[in-house]
Design a protein around this ligand. Structure first.
Ligand code: DGY
Length: 420
């Protein structure tokens, strides 16, 4: 019997890489540079291979399967998401798929909450403007425009902005909003969605709505009675919306202009402040605190969002703020309009990275330090190694799971971690 041939598209985290290198009785082609394996090289290497260990950045499509040929038995992706794999074609060819669920749930949920907090409390603009903004000054020179604390900070402007919401195109004068007694909308109450909801209930969220295929009775009960609602109902009733579902043909582009238009308006007042309505605001159901609602956070996949529509929604002040861990493409081009909004925080798919790296990325984003992403990753790598952080553990765990899936697939065994 010939030795199985495997293709590995990246160097794995340290201990899983060591495990991979110890494998005997396999012929391995591994891309060792710290960037994506070029497509032509991947296609060349996959010819006649028995197994593929890939990343979420590798497209595993019909073309790849065709080039690979009939020997390919297993595709093992080092990710929980597998929208980069053509699963219909994979199933048709009888190839097994392995993935890495669970281990990154907490880290991704933390990132979601971090983005939601940053967006809700308008961290980016407050950091650069010191909580106060002059209409005629662009706040880039952190912290030169900071002023001493004052009791009417933002609130006076908030009222002014409400009166003038049709005059000013951006919602620069609306203060941050807290989570207390607010409604959270979770799109996809899977592992990560549930973990996010648990965290946010500790922050005072009073109601959890969720949408998606089917009712999740057990998860809903664990959350003290989360309600399953249709997508449009979730859009209309939630103060905060987090996207935690898989990217499929069904969910692709689900956040388009129409969806953002259905979300609560950024100029919404509250039940107690009905005068807002008279002044041009709208009353949001379940909202009892004056301020911005209609906040959107996506830590799932960039493909869920029609990005031009999100930019338009922010421009037209349809929603209060957005936080994005994922974009299309990744990395987001530096001229993307999304990067220009003070109320849109974008981080470069750091979902399962360490707390330290995450905070560093977001802080640099907030204060416009212009530090390059590659530097941030170096920093993150160094700090992770130095402190033995959750990043290293999570990533290593993912690496080990991916290797275990690959080996089981090569032996024709059931994969330990398979989505179907
Ligand atoms: C995954 O594994 O799918 C995550 O998006 C990684 O951050």
């Amino acid at each position: 019997m010939s030795i199985p041939r495997i293709v590995v598209t990246r160097v794995l985290p340290p201990t899983s890489q060591a495990a991979l290198e110890k494998l005997s009785n396999v012929e391995m082609v591994q891309w060792k540079e710290d960037r994506n394996m070029p497509r032509d090289l991947l296609l060349n290497s996959i010819k006649g291979a028995d197994g593929l260990l890939c990343m979420l950045t590798d497209k595993v499509d019909q073309e790849l399967f065709k080039v690979a040929g009939p020997k390919l038995k297993v595709v093992s992706t080092m990710s929980v998401g597998f929208d980069h794999v053509d699963t219909a074609e994979l199933k048709q060819r009888g190839i097994k798929l392995g993935y890495t669920p669970d281990v990154l749930t907490d880290a991704t949920a933390d990132t979601t909450v971090m983005l939601l907090l940053a967006a809700a409390r308008r961290l980016k603009e407050h950091q650069s403007c010191g909580g106060w903004r002059d209409l005629n000054v662009t706040c880039h020179n952190y912290p030169t425009q900071w002023r001493e604390w004052g009791p009417n900070w933002l609130c006076a402007f908030c009222l002014m902005a409400t009166v003038s919401r049709h005059i000013f195109s951006q919602s620069n004068f609306i203060p941050g909003v807290q989570f207390t007694s607010k409604t959270l909308g979770v799109v996809g109450l899977g592992r990560i969605g549930e973990a996010v909801a648990h965290r946010l209930r500790a922050f005072g969220i009073s109601r959890v709505l969720y949408s998606g295929r089917g009712t999740k009775h057990e998860a809903a009960a664990r959350l003290g009675g989360a309600l399953h609602v249709p997508f449009h109902g979730l859009l209309a009733k939630s103060d905060f919306i987090v996207v935690c579902c898989a990217l499929t043909e069904e969910t692709k582009g689900m956040f388009n202009y129409d969806a953002f238009r259905r979300m609560k308006s950024s100029a919404v007042g509250s039940g107690r402040n009905r005068w807002w309505m008279v002044l041009g605001g709208e009353i949001g159901e379940g909202s009892y605190v004056m301020g911005a609602v209609g906040i959107f956070v996506n830590t799932a996949r960039g493909g869920h969002v029609v990005q031009d529509d999100l930019a338009r929604a922010l421009q037209e002040n349809l929603i209060a703020a957005a936080g994005l861990d994922v974009t299309t493409p990744e990395p987001l081009p530096t001229d993307s309009p999304l990067l220009g909004f003070k109320n849109c925080i974008v981080v470069p798919h750091i979902g399962e990275l360490s707390h330290k790296a995450r905070m560093f990325v977001i802080l640099s984003n907030i204060v416009d330090l212009n530090i390059s992403v590659s530097f941030l990753f170096c920093f993150s790598a160094v700090s992770s190694c130095a402190i033995g952080s959750a990043t290293t553990e999570t990533r290593d765990e993912m690496g080990h799971m991916a290797v275990a899936n690959l080996l089981a697939g090569l032996k024709g065994e059931t994969l330990p971690h398979a989505p179907f």
